[in-house]
Ligand binder design. Structure first.
Ligand code: GEK
Length: 241
């Protein structure tokens, strides 16, 4: 696993973050050292797939990156008559993801699509995963995407939505930010790396409060909405149709 040093040297001007080849090369290391609870969430997506994936249905991984959640579902699904559809609009991510999926021999069909998740058809779904992807969709387009997911899910189907979140209470927000930055420092990121990455994702990764997510999910048509995992300002919600 190549180490992420993309923001280690001072950059005069920090360009907006992009999921390009440079990021693909270090992505597993970057996400593991940046997102508290990431490994647990991936593991549990496999566990949930064992419960929710139904015969002859589709399981979607929207914003699949290198397919960590796709592989977790593939290993967790108990019957092989499901199809996993991974979607990402970064060609570099999809190309690398294809290699990783090809190297895994599990007997569940996987299709990978290079597309904006807002443009793909969602049909006959028992599971939809949005693992740290909705946060990159423009805020005013999030409800429409969630409505499309509800329509494509079968009754009883589940959305697993993981996001970086913010808090209305400012002292709590500050504490969660400090704890997150301490987590990154403990994982070897310098203050410069933390600051430069922060500017790169500003206005691109747009986090919201858990209340905003809950209300929007209900508005989109989900019958049951609850947080199942949280570590600092990173949380995952299970929403059931
Ligand atoms: C994981 N789920 O390892 N359409 C398609 N893909 C998109 C879009 C879009 N509109 N916007 C962003 N992406 C993964 C981690 S990373 C999270 C997800 C992160 C893609 C983008 O190219 C990237 O691969 C992914 O969403 C977000 O479980 O890096 O913080």
């Amino acid at each position: 696993m190549k180490r992420d040093t993309l923001y280690a040297d001072p950059l005069g001007e920090v360009a907006r973050f992009a999921f390009d080849q440079q990021v693909v090369d270090v992505f597993p290391d970057m996400i593991k050292r940046s997102v508290p609870g990431y490994a647990t969430i991936i593991n549990m997506i496999g566990n949930l797939a064992g419960i929710y994936a139904k015969t002859n249905t589709h399981c979607y991984d929207l914003g699949c990156s290198l397919g960590a959640a796709t592989l977790a579902m593939r290993h967790g699904i108990r019957n092989s008559d499901c199809k996993i559809i991974g979607v990402d609009n970064s060609q570099a991510m999809i190309d690398r993801c294809k290699q990783l999926i090809a190297a895994d021999t599990t007997d569940v069909n996987v299709e990978l699509i290079n597309s904006n998740i807002q443009d793909v058809d969602i049909q006959n779904a028992s599971i939809v995963v949005l693992n740290f992807t909705l946060q990159f969709i423009a805020v005013d387009q999030r409800l429409e995407l969630l409505k499309k997911i509800v329509e494509g899910l079968n009754k009883g189907g589940v959305l697993i939505l993981s996001e970086k979140v913010i808090f209305e209470d400012q002292p709590h927000q500050d504490l969660m930010t400090d704890l997150h930055h301490n987590f990154k420092r403990a994982n070897g990121y310098s203050d410069l790396e933390i600051a430069q990455k922060r500017s790169a994702i500003e206005n691109y990764l747009v986090p919201e409060t858990l209340d905003t997510h809950r209300q929007r999910l209900r508005q989109a048509g989900f019958a049951s909405v609850d947080v199942w995992f949280q570590c600092f300002n990173f949380a995952s919600i299970i929403a059931i149709k």
